[in-house]
Design a binder for this molecule. Structure first.
Ligand code: 5GP
Ligand code: MN
Length: 344
């Protein structure tokens, strides 16, 4: 980071701090926010975390979860003054303010110093300080490094270590994605030394299905998964009625897209969900196929090369057709991107 010294000095006296993260925070967004807030509190700062929306129950175990403010309409009046009064606003695990809608407008307007800590591509230029790297497997990795650079490793306790570990575990797909580096394993080892109980975290995150969620997964796999073998593409199209039928809760579709990608030979997987007010799309790819390009160009989104997302205001059927109609133009990439398969 440029001006690291100035940033460090900024934190030398107690500050009024807000941490914001992205819409429907995942384990990395929430874990890095709670880990960072736990650390900042130990340094004597006042800290509040604001999430643009609620998030899955399998993240509620993290220390400090009860204090997270959810920026629902009814809360705007009480939360906006907090944003205005902040000295520093940390933006974690997202790179542009428009990803957090109205909350982004409030953050943009605030006179607080803004600090971006993130690993997504193409950050918007709104922050005074940027701690940003697309090489980082997770924002939690950057938080860990930041704490180390500040010389405060001794302040990482078990709760902070477990929140950060949760972000690393999920953003690396349980250490399976191509972002799983030596460095992330070393950081993980340090987090274990600092007290993280990895078995406990894995159980809390992955073994917390409701029966509805598990049945929904079974239904989606048997009834809503389509394979377009000619393009090495697999997709789920989930209607709003499907969600209602299984009493779907926030986070219940998370991870589903990976099942489509797990089919042998599949290069691109899509999960297209009618959430009611809009259609949300998740893309996952292997090899060189740029899922983020597809998301950015055609679905008002973005992300990483192998994990991206976007949205659509068309109907579910129209969105699915739009996606399918794009495939011929990607045929070459879809049929040559799977290096692993080529070596089999
Ligand atoms: P997911 O499929 O888990 O919702 O998102 C995967 C990744 O895609 C996220 O980490 C994020 O980088 C990106 N992403 C998802 N939805 C959006 C979106 O609406 N806009 C942008 N710019 N990126 C998104
Ligand atoms: Mn992340």
């Amino acid at each position: 980071m440029q001006d690291f010294q100035a940033f460090k000095e900024l934190l030398n006296t107690p500050k009024n701090i807000i941490i914001v993260t992205h819409h429907r925070p995942d384990a990395d967004a929430l874990g890095s926010s709670l880990g960072w807030s736990g650390f900042l509190k130990k340094k004597g700062h006042q800290v509040k975390i604001i999430s643009p929306s609620d998030y899955p129950v399998f993240l509620h175990w993290m220390k400090g979860n009860d204090e997270v403010l959810i920026y629902e309409k009814s809360q705007h009046q009480s939360i906006n003054p907090l944003i205005e009064a902040a000295d520093i606003i940390f933006c974690l695990d997202f790179s542009s303010l428009h990803r957090i809608n109205e909350l982004g407008e409030q953050v943009g307007r605030s006179k607080a110093k803004k600090v971006l800590i993130d690993h997504h591509l193409d950050p918007e230029d709104f922050a005074t300080y940027k701690f940003w790297s697309t090489e980082a497997a997770a924002t939690a990795e950057l938080i860990y490094e930041l704490i180390i650079s500040l010389g405060d490793a001794d302040l990482i306790d078990q709760d902070i270590a477990e929140s950060l570990y949760a972000g690393i575990l999920t953003d690396t797909g349980s250490f399976q994605h191509s972002n799983t580096t030596q460095k992330i394993h070393r950081i993980t080892a340090s987090l274990i030394e600092l007290g993280a109980d990895t078995h406990k975290v894995a159980r809390l995150i992955y073994d917390s299905n409701s029966l509805d969620r598990l049945r929904f997964k079974g239904f989606a796999l048997s009834q809503r998964l389509e394979v377009l073998a000619e393009y090495n593409v697999a997709l789920f199209a989930i209607s709003n009625e499907d969600l209602t039928r299984y009493h779907s809760k926030t986070g219940d579709t998370e991870g589903l897209v990976n099942y489509a990608l797990s089919i042998r030979g599949i290069v691109l997987a899509a999960l297209i969900v009618d959430q009611g007010e809009l259609i949300k799309i998740s893309f996952r790819s292997v090899g060189d196929f740029p899922a983020n390009e597809l998301a950015q160009k055609y679905f008002n989104g973005g992300g990483h090369k192998n994990a991206a997302g976007g949205r659509s205001t068309l109907s579910l059927e129209e969105t699915v057709n739009k996606f399918k109609n794009l495939l011929p133009s990607y045929r070459l990439k879809l049929t040559t991107s799977n290096k692993i398969r080529a070596n089999v």
